[in-house]
Design a protein around this ligand. Structure first.
Ligand code: BES
Ligand code: MN
Ligand code: ZN
Length: 495
């Protein structure tokens, strides 16, 4: 999709397939809606309260208004004016985007970003508009025999005062990169596990290398992973016939600043059956999403390259399957991690941490300014935070604050949970340096505590996206989270 600025002061003259204008409850019109209402002899006010109550997420289409060049004016309900904020704006843009996509409209103009909120800048709102429009274009059809004739939204203009055009442009470029990253992440995660294997992920990484000048990709195969002594990662991989891969995606712009790199690490279980500690059959298909963290690293790296961020950023993905077999890990096995720490595997289904700990040790070689790992790590995180917030854990308060700020800017929620010594004590093993599960309770926290043992040498944060990376139920599918917050964090750290 292509974005542009639209700064014509006479809205009624704008020639477009669909023009979005916002209306609050109690007949409070946005300036853009007011302009269209006046140009059309009161067409908007005439439908308020009777047909259109301006509830949030509602819309009403008016066609061929006298005195208005746009083919359709799409009135978007904004809810109550004093409750209107950045989140409500994002929802309003999404309402418009869904309408446009559903009606097969290929070209649109939105005025919604021009409505101020106390908690966002014009660039923030322009970014949110581009995100919403970009997301609407995602439709999974990779493994359907009949592909819908896709009519994507191809061109979108964001309307603002001429003096704000530069900020609008900054915003929509970021929003477009985020949306492209999110849609890439969603596709990788939605693909079935017999297609999206570790080897497939490696091929996708190599495609990124070909597509973007700034990206260089290295794929380590089993022999090289063995040479690195990643005994913990390999112990999970050995239960499957699919070979594991360890993928390193480096973004090095020609004018990179000399700051230490930022590193993202993704859990890449392309399927998690639990291993010998086998999962129940119900909904086990959803464990194809257990590479959601890895997919978000792919999406974020794609966005970083598209934006040409002026800093070295490195994405790491450790990918394998967790299956039961004659070669699989057994409860009671003790393995040795790359860091040299021994691990007693008490539950083979707590495999994410076994894979990640070696990837996090590998990250030390980059002398990173910060490392963020992203993982569908624990069912307990869904119990605690549901599909609203990703779990945030960190050994560094500044880093945690930076992530929370990026989260707020992009409506991609996180909630921080503690990783204090009392919880660390729950990982005691009688037969190894550490056990791979904690004594009962606080499952997300003990999982994070396990990772924290391997990240003492750099500022580190862990995002548990088990509840946020995909939606269950009738609309089952990947969400692309937390790509928005990751990309925003990286943008903010590059300014
Ligand atoms: N991939 C799962 C976590 C998960 C579960 C994500 C459900 C999304 C939905 C992870 O590998 C796992 O199995 N964790 C176990 C840990 C337990 C054995 C300590 C869990 O959460 O049950
Ligand atoms: Mn598991
Ligand atoms: Zn898992």
């Amino acid at each position: 999709m292509e974005f542009s600025t639209q700064t014509s002061t006479d809205l009624a003259q704008i020639n477009t397939e669909a023009l979005a204008v916002g209306v609050f409850k109690n007949q409070v019109l946005s300036p853009a809606a007011e302009q269209i209402d006046q140009a059309s002899g009161g067409a908007i006010r005439s439908v308020l309260e009777s047909e259109f109550k301006a509830d949030a997420k509602s819309s009403l289409v008016l066609r061929h208004l006298n005195g208005v060049a746009a083919k359709r004016v799409v009135i978007i309900g904004l809810g109550e004016k004093d409750k209107y904020n950045a989140k409500a704006h994002a929802a309003a843009e999404a309402t418009f985007a869904h309408y446009a996509k559903g009606a097969s409209i290929t070209e649109v103009v939105s005025t919604l970003a021009s409505i101020d909120t106390a908690d966002s800048s014009i660039a923030d709102r322009s970014r949110a508009a581009a995100q919403a429009l970009g997301y609407a274009n995602y439709k999974y059809d990779a493994t359907l025999s009949q592909k819908e004739k896709a009519t994507a939204i191809q061109r979108a203009a964001i309307w603002s005062a001429p003096t704000l055009a530069a900020e609008v442009e900054t915003g929509f470029k970021q929003g477009k990169a985020i949306a492209d990253g999110v849609n890439f992440t969603r596709l990788l995660a939605d693909l079935p596990p017999n297609v999206c294997t570790p080897t497939y992920l490696a091929q996708e990484a190599k495609k990124l290398d070909e597509q973007f000048d700034s990206l260089k990709v290295e794929v380590l195969e089993r022999k090289q992973i063995e040479a690195l002594k990643m005994g913990s990662f390999l112990s999970v991989a050995k239960g499957s016939d699919e070979p594991p891969v360890f993928i390193v995606i480096k973004h090095t712009p020609s004018t990179a600043s000399d700051e230490a790199p930022l590193v993202l690490v993704g859990k890449g279980l392309t399927f998690d059956a639990g291993g010998i500690s086998l999962k129940p059959a119900a909904n086990m298909d959803e464990m194809k999403y257990d590479m959601g963290g890895a997919a978000s690293v792919f999406g974020a790296m794609r966005a970083v390259a598209e934006l040409g961020l002026n800093r070295e950023i490195i994405g790491i993905v450790a990918a394998c399957e967790n299956l039961p077999s004659g070669r699989a890990n057994k409860p009671g096995d003790v393995v040795t991690s790359m860091a040299g720490k021994t691990i007693e595997i008490l539950n083979t289904d707590a495999e994410g941490r076994l894979v990640l700990c070696d990837a996090l040790t590998y990250a030390e070689r980059f002398k990173p300014a910060a490392v963020i790992n992203i993982a569908t790590l624990t069912g307990a995180c869904i119990v605690a935070l549901g599909d609203i917030n990703s779990g945030l854990f960190s050994n560094n308060d500044d880093l945690a604050e930076q992530i929370k700020e990026a989260s707020q800017q992009t409506n991609d929620g996180v909630w921080q949970l503690p990783i204090t010594d009392e919880y660390q004590a729950k990982l005691k093993s009688n037969f190894a340096d550490i056990a791979n599960i904690g004594t009962p309770g606080a499952g997300s926290i003990t999982a994070a505590c396990f990772l924290a043992r391997f990240t003492e040498s750099y500022p580190w944060a862990h995002l548990d996206v088990a509840g946020t990376a995909w939606s269950s139920g009738a609309n089952k599918g990947a969400t692309g989270r937390p790509v928005p917050l990751l990309v925003q964090y990286l943008i903010n750290q590059t300014a």
